[in-house]
Design a protein around this ligand. Structure first.
Ligand code: NAP
Length: 435
């Protein structure tokens, strides 16, 4: 028997489990360990609550987890309940699939003012991640700024702009649904340090901004490059830019909420008297390599809520080589050392879609197959269970998760798929264990 431990039950973890199961079949036992009592990582707490079709991929992971080969071991935190060296003693292969749940810091003056939050926090808040459920972002001002030109910036702007009715069928958590229903925010500025041709927004997600009930998107025509230059763009980006051009033709969107794109605007400071009141940006131009160069013309964008959507990083794990600049683990295409691997965002940084993790998982499973023999005599899950029991860790199994799942579904408001628990103790209780 081969024993494999995967840390993290998000897309990277499950695709790796699936690939290992496909290679080793009944000759392996695979434990997917997660610090939360609930599985699915980014699918549950990263993907936007109004993007339910994307969340449907969890059904595929469920099918993997409901076999004897693959086991979910929830509510177990590496570096608190067990460390990497111990896991390596128990398992032939240990795979780090912890994603990138932390915000890359916005390194400008005033970034620590109340009202400035990172997208991991803000997205975690509206998705009910236990780490961020109590964020309580200020929604009492009229202006918000969203920094970054990626899909996360689009998610954040859209969630801020939607009416309560537009959340029908979503699994946005009650505290966010209620707070957003009374939000005073009417002007949302999406700030990009480069231009329309440099956005990282995909057309489907960008098109959604044009279909909101009470919000209209607007682009300053002066920021758009000459239309003939679009021909050289990759087709997806060309479609996104075409949408920006449509937004630029709507000079006076007759909507209660405006979403304005402010391109060529480099955030340089946040100012305010005790809390965020304005984002100071400086006009940029692009150099011949497409990098943003400051031009020395600062101006202020009013904003009492500033959400920085500039990318994520993986938290380090004790004794695993870590690339501080890249915010991910150091590896040779996923092999940290024989027997220790990283996969997904923990390996490559926060890029790509959920599906990108599938080939990544296959690559790591192949490396594991090259590195480990048939049977090492390691203890695997038997040893893990003994150690966790000895330490009094309340493990949540996949069956336990199904109890949580059933309760979340049972208490859902009408039309919603679920009402999530947002607190670890509540989750453990719903799992059927004493909290
Ligand atoms: P992203 O796509 O890498 O975008 C990050 C943005 O932040 C870029 O526009 C970048 O600008 C900007 N930025 C970085 N540092 C900055 C700074 N110091 N000041 C100002 N701007 C800065 O990251 P993301 O939006 O967090 O998304 C992460 C991944 O998840 C992406 O692959 C994304 O497509 C995916 N995702 C997909 C969906 C979906 O499919 N529905 C939803 C959400 C996320 P530069 O280009 O100038 O560096």
């Amino acid at each position: 028997m081969r024993h494999i431990a995967i840390i993290g039950s998000g897309p990277a973890g499950y695709y790796t489990a699936e690939a290992c199961r496909n290679i080793f079949g009944e000759t392996a036992r695979i434990d997917v360990i997660d610090r939360l009592p609930v599985p699915f990582g980014l699918i549950r707490t990263g993907v936007a609550p109004d993007h339910q079709s994307i969340k449907a991929v969890s059904r595929r992971y469920e099918a993997v987890a409901l076999t004897d080969t693959v086991r979910f071991v929830g509510n177990v935190r590496v570096d608190r309940d067990i460390d990497i060296a111990e896991l390596q003693t128990l398992y032939d292969a240990v795979v780090i699939a912890t994603g990138a749940p932390q915000d890359r810091p916005l390194a400008i003056d005033g970034a620590d003012l109340p009202g400035v939050v990172g997208s991991a926090q803000f997205v975690g808040w509206y998705n009910g991640h236990p780490d961020h459920a109590r964020l309580n972002p200020p929604l009492n001002g009229t202006h918000a700024a969203v920094i970054g030109n990626g899909n996360v910036a689009l998610d954040v702007a859209r969630i801020l702009a939607k009416t309560p009715e537009e959340f029908a069928g979503s699994d946005i958590v009650a505290h966010a649904r209620e707070a957003l229903a009374t939000s005073h925010i009417r002007h949302i500025t999406i700030v990009g340090r480069r231009g329309p041709h440099q956005i990282a927004m995909t057309p489907k997600e960008l098109a959604e901004l044009g279909k909101l009930t009470r919000a209209g998107a607007w682009v300053d025509p002066a920021d758009l490059p000459e239309v003939s230059l679009d021909a050289a763009l990759e087709p997806g980006l060309r479609k996104s830019v075409a949408l920006l051009r449509e937004f630029a033709t709507d000079t006076a969107p007759d909507k209660a909420v405006t979403i304005s794109f402010d391109f060529f605007a480099m955030p340089i400071a946040i100012e305010g008297d005790g809390w965020a009141e304005r984002l100071i940006v400086e006009r940029t131009r692009l150099d011949d390599k497409g990098a943003a160069i400051r031009t020395g013309a600062p101006y202020a964008i009013p904003a009492s809520l500033i959400v920085s959507c500039i990318g994520y990083q993986t938290p380090p794990i004790k004794n695993v080589p870590y690339d501080e600049k890249g915010g991910r683990f150091v590896s040779d295409e996923g092999r940290v050392a024989p027997g220790l691997y990283c996969v997904g965002w923990a390996r490559r940084g926060p890029t790509g879609t959920i599906g990108t993790n599938k080939p990544d998982g296959v690559m790591i499973a192949d490396k594991i197959a090259q590195d480990i023999g048939n049977a090492s005599g390691k203890q695997g899950r038997v040893g893990l269970d003994a150690l966790l029991a000895q330490r009094g860790v309340e493990v949540v199994t996949f069956r336990d998760w199904q109890n949580i799942d059933a309760e979340e579904i049972a208490r859902a408001p009408e039309g919603a798929p679920r009402e999530k628990f947002t607190d670890i103790a509540e989750m453990v209780k719903a799992a059927g264990k004493a909290s």
